[in-house]
Ligand binder design. Sequence first.
Ligand code: C2E
Ligand code: CA
Ligand code: CA
Length: 739
Amino acid sequence: MPLLRHKSLGAQVALPVVVALLATTVLVAAFLLWSTRQADTLARERQVRIVASLLDRRMGDMAHDQEASTVWDEAVIMLRQPKLDIDWIDINLGVWFHQYYGHDAVVILKSDGTPVYAMRGGKRTEPTAFADVVNGVMQPLVAELRGKLSRPQDIRLTGRFRSATANDLAVIGGRPAIVSAKPIVPETSAVQQLPGQQDFQVVMRYLDGDFLTELSREYLIDDIRYSSTPAIGAGEAAIPLRSKRAGVIGYLIWKPFAPGSAVLRQLVPALIQALLLVGIAVAILLVRVRRSALEVEASKAQAQHLAFHDALTGLANRALFEDRLDGQVAALRRAGGTDPGIALLYLDLDRFKTVNDTLGHPAGDELIRELARRLAGITRETDTVARLGGDEFAIIQTGVDGPADTEVLCLRIIEEVSQPFQIAGGQIGVGISIGVAFPDADADRIELSRRADIALYHAKSSGRGRFVVFDAAMDAGIRLRGIVEQQLRSALAAGDQFELEYQPVYDALTMRPVAVEALVRWRHPTQGRVSPATFVPIAEETGLIEPLGEWVLRQACLDARDWPVATLAVNVSTVQLRNPAFAATVMTILQETGFDSSRLELEITETSLIEDAPLCQPNISYLRGQGIGFALDDFGTGYSSFAHLREFEVDRLKIDRSFVAGIDGPDGGGAIIRAIVDLAHAGGMAVTAEGVETEEQARHLISVGCQALQGYLLSCPIAPAAISDLLTAKEGNQRSVAA
Ligand code: C2E
Ligand code: CA
Ligand code: CA
């Protein structure tokens, strides 16, 4: 059976949810990172601009500061003195610039470029002290200024500046610095100065000192430092320091404020918590979804199981059984072997209906379940045990090497099923019948099943509790059965093909007839007389026994009404007795024929008293209450006879002729008959021995106390006219048995 494989519903739901969750997380994280970067970049660019403009401003401020002393009539005059007043310069152009503005160095140069004054770190020093700086940095600035001053039309003075300015960045003593040069010019027209006569003040201020401190403190630019190389650390920003003459002379490096990262740092724990919560919620949801998906899948699997299995026993059902049998037969055909390989067994419980009727359906179900367990226990894993319905089972036995393998299995099943079942608080004994068919070249599944069914039928009709293997002759029997059934129907409809014979029963002491037993005969239009042993079982199976039995009873009552014999015995099938209307039918016939009920004795079989007792018993009880006698026919052939002997509520036992025949044998058959007779008498029952064929049998039966004898020795069944003569002949009806 191909089981459909579905992607689990849980997986179907879980995957998209997890993917969506992950995607959302990734998107949110990406967006956060992007916006953090964006904010950080903006902040960094802003700081870069701030640092650059502060640098510009600082340079402008220095130039502006210089103008306080360099655009000044007195300064022009004081520097024209042949002998310079150095103290005056200290106070107005030199040291003062350090004290008041914090400049690190000042140099005064004459118009020809000769340094005449120098101040460093707030102290006057030798004018030549700065030779390197003066030559490397200051002279070029002075030259630039001179150029500007020679082209006054070019000097664009902004509102802020009152004189030309030349300034630049330079590295001095390994430190970055701003160097700013100004001409010393008169403020008013009171002092005349010719072009080219201007002296110069050059101031210098290091950038890495208080300038950086101020940047840090006032503009919150952290850890700003100077580096000659652009080697920046992670997350740092840098701006190059460009000198007009020397190009990039180094870098200002700092850790820019990163508002995005700061926000992110605060957000991340909260975000992680939120994500965790969402994750947990989703996980719980998924577990729920998965659980219900599993439930759905389980019920799907269960439905599929139900579709192929019997609900009561869990065994394979008919659909699965047929599927497997088809598969096995096809496999055998492919293999092309003559080897049986498999065997098909049909099984039927022998007394299941009784259990159902007496103990109820729950007990019946319990019995079926227990039987299923036993069958499953005996068979192999590769065999298929199926319940086809009711008490019908089938087994496909695999790995069969020969008929002996199947025989062993059948015997085990029969043995196993014969063990009592513990059902509804009591023990129940049932039997099982088995029909076996082996596959051959032209048997498909349907043919194989038909054969097993026919074999089962034979097993049941040949006495139950046994197994029968199909053979071709059975087919002929079945066909004949079909024909016989057809003909029985038309015979009953025609009404003139049946007749009765009567066999007298003799009193063992007087040897006179005390009873007659009616036996039905069928005069077949083409086949002549057909034995009741052939057609009665078919009539029973088809239910035709009921109309036939009614006819027999009515005819016998009519025939025997005036015969001088105490008892008329009529055979009654269990099928008739099971019908709840049977007692009424009998009473009606007695009434219609005017036959005395106390003269009627109905012969029944053990089946009516044991297996079908629940259905037959009410009829038996009622009719006995009406004075009708009951005889147990063929006593000793059913296997539970002796066990139940005391319980039978019948008036007579008819010892089966197989026992009677055994009297002559060596195995002490006579002793058994004695025991039966004693037990029957103890139970208040009369005993008739049937099938008495020899004088020796008759003598023995008389000697053990058997009161009535029936058999060919005394009389065959004979036509009504003949029996009438026999009974009315006063002398001729006595038989004698030589003592
Ligand atoms: P049964 O009820 O046991 O009837 C006795 C059978 O034994 C009869 O066979 C009879 O001819 C035969 N028989 C009598 N004496 C001897 C003897 O000494 N030796 C041998 N070997 N056989 C003897 P029959 O008439 O062929 O009937 C066969 C069975 O058919 C009966 O067995 C009975 O079970 C059934 N049957 C006959 N008539 C009826 C009927 O009207 N209704 C029903 N339900 N069953 C009937
Ligand atoms: Ca009989
Ligand atoms: Ca009999």
